[in-house]
Design a protein around this ligand. Structure first.
Ligand code: KIV
Length: 294
């Protein structure tokens, strides 16, 4: 399969093909998403909530975002990887935005960056794009401004709000963004904006008529259980499965069931398992079977 890039995403929009995007924060889940045929991985600052356990995304630092994006980039990826610029890394000035984007691209090795905000941040997008880094915009509900919104509320519910979101998306496109996330925008407003833009829109909680969709990985896999917004569909319930597996593991240790002979060396696991293991192995001859723990 061909590697994904920002030009390919534009072609997908023009061909009417939907774009599948998901967040990931480490190489293991990124690898699974890539193998599953996901088009875009966003290393989102949502990791502040689902990985770091913070109440909002606001405390995540640029160094932390670069670290997680580098983890995602540890293996070659088919999909496009977008590194999110966190709160405080681009708001101060165009220069700060360009510096942060260049650090993200150079130190993490991703293919694009994302930042939040509409018209008021179009100059940051223009600066970053001029420096050669593809930029994804993000309008509607922008979680870095959660204290301004006063909650995770639906956006575009009245004409003024709908107009502001549409103006923001257009300004980002004109500034050189290759795509724009529409978060928790009234579905009809999101549909109109998507139809008017030349660049692909990626919706989250913004209805089915965006050019693509994104969800937070931990939400869609049922790993994050603290709350479930209406727009999240859970495709698995991994938190329950993981709890059950770990609880069985603890019970088996306590009951002397694990490790059994088949997981032991020289402890009656049958001829094959015991081959060469029924005496103390001489020092220096203990084999490493390739477990991550060595
Ligand atoms: O940080 C994030 O995960 C995001 C997506 C929800 C779009 O910005």
């Amino acid at each position: 399969m061909k590697a994904m890039n920002v030009q390919a995403l534009g072609k997908m929009k023009r061909a009417g093909q939907k774009i599948a995007m998901v967040t990931a924060y480490d190489q293991l889940f990124a690898g699974l998403a890539d193998e599953a045929g996901i088009d875009v991985i966003l290393v989102g600052d949502s990791l502040g909530m689902v990985v770091q356990g913070r109440p909002t995304t606001l405390g995540v630092t640029l160094d932390e975002m670069i670290y997680h994006t580098r983890c995602v980039m540890a293996r070659p990826r088919r999909c496009l990887v977008v590194g999110d610029l966190p709160f405080g890394s681009y708001q101060a000035s165009v220069e700060q935005a360009v510096d942060s984007a260049c650090r993200m691209m150079a130190e993490a090795g991703c293919g694009a960056v994302k930042l939040e905000g509409g018209e008021e941040f179009a100059d940051r997008v223009a600066g970053i794009a001029a420096a050669g880094a593809p930029v994804m915009g993000h309008v509607g509900l922008t979680p870095q401004s959660i204290h301004k919104f006063g909650g995770y509320k639906l956006q575009g519910r009245n004409a003024a709000s709908a107009r502001e979101i549409a103006r923001g998306a257009r300004a980002l496109q004109d500034a050189g963004a290759f795509s724009v996330v529409l978060e928790k925008v009234h579905a009809q407003v999101a549909a109109r904006i998507s139809g008017a833009l030349e660049i692909p829109s990626i919706g989250i909680g913004s209805g089915p008529l965006c050019d693509g969709q994104v969800l937070v990985l931990h939400d869609l896999l049922g790993l994050f259980e603290e709350f479930q917004p209406r727009f999240v569909k859970r495709y698995a319930r991994l938190a329950g499965e993981i709890r059950e597996a770990l609880s069985t593991y603890a019970t088996e240790i306590r009951g002397g069931i694990f490790p059994g002979p088949e997981h032991s060396y020289g402890f009656g696991g049958g001829a094959a398992a015991d081959a060469g293991a029924d005496t103390e192995p001489p020092a220096g001859e203990i084999e490493n079977e390739g477990s991550p723990a060595g």
